[in-house]
Design a protein around this ligand. Structure first.
Ligand code: KIV
Length: 270
């Protein structure tokens, strides 16, 4: 497989059309210009400058130490290498605690090159989502396992396993869509719940550890390349056994997402 430019300036409209057509798109984290170039050229539609950089680049045991300065720096790097993918950036821990702070920090990410910001939470981020949406800043709401709340959750555990919690997640997802979220991201929830939410929402749903039925999948780049120190159940190393190096591994990931062969049953939670 050769690396070639697949993406022609992906927009939210492109992603919405993919959802409507019952097709799939692929997302991957990127933190620098070189990998942004390789991933976008391999056909990844959404590059996430994730606060996972705190773990995979900086070596912390959570995303909590990541700052706005870190995020802006890495968004600028990714923007320089990107070939047409949509750039999403995380608002890091405690960067959206007040209205003024939210607007200033989201504006900094957009000025640095992000086209959509991602924030973690349920009903409590509805007002923040509305605030950003009304001011023209697209929002991805991240639900399920929300790593910025790791101390409250008590670890990186699957969410939504009991019926009551699953119902709350579904209701809050609908609320966030109504509040103006353009994309929903679901992390580590049972496959059936992710399918139910995806079917109930009009906006595209990205999953990680949420089964194969969401509109899109996302993985952390270092997991796709098999260099992360820990390997959760939902991770697959696409570099192992691939003869075309890193570009080939990322192309395989994109193809597997689009053909719904990844994630397989062994990567899902019940
Ligand atoms: O920060 C990140 O990389 C993320 C993904 C795990 C979805 O939020």
């Amino acid at each position: 497989m050769s690396t070639q430019a697949h993406n022609q300036n992906i927009t939210l409209t492109t992603l919405q059309k993919i959802k409507k057509a019952n097709q799939k798109f692929a997302c991957l984290t990127a933190y620098d210009a070189c990998f942004a170039n390789v991933a976008s050229s391999a056909g990844v539609e959404v590059l996430l400058v994730g606060d996972s950089l705190g773990m995979v680049l900086q070596g912390h045991d959570s995303t909590l130490p990541v700052t706005m300065l870190d995020m802006v720096y890495h968004v600028e790097c990714v923007k320089r290498g990107n070939k047409g993918a949509l750039i999403m950036a995380d608002l890091p821990f405690m960067s959206y605690a007040s209205e003024t702070q939210t607007l200033d920090n989201a504006a900094s990410l957009i000025r640095a090159g992000a086209q959509i910001v991602k924030l973690e939470g349920g009903a409590w981020i509805a007002a923040t989502t509305k605030l950003l949406a009304e001011r023209g800043i697209p929002v991805c709401a991240h639900m399920g396992l929300t790593p910025q709340s790791v101390n409250r959750i008590g670890g990186f555990h699957v969410q939504g396993r009991d019926t009551k919690q699953a119902q709350v997640i579904l209701e809050e997802a609908l609320l966030l869509q109504d509040s103006g979220a353009n994309i929903l991201l679901l992390e580590c929830i049972p496959r059936t719940l992710a399918r139910n939410i995806t079917d109930s929402l009009e906006i595209p749903v990205i999953g990680i550890g949420a089964g194969p039925d969401t509109t899109a999948q996302i993985m952390v780049l270092h997991d796709v390349l098999g260099v992360s120190p820990i390997t959760p159940r939902f991770v697959k190393n696409f570099l192992a056994g691939n003869n075309n190096g890193i570009p080939g591994a990322i192309e395989s990931y994109v193809q597997a997402v689009k053909s719904a062969t990844f994630p397989a049953a062994e990567h899902c939670f019940d």
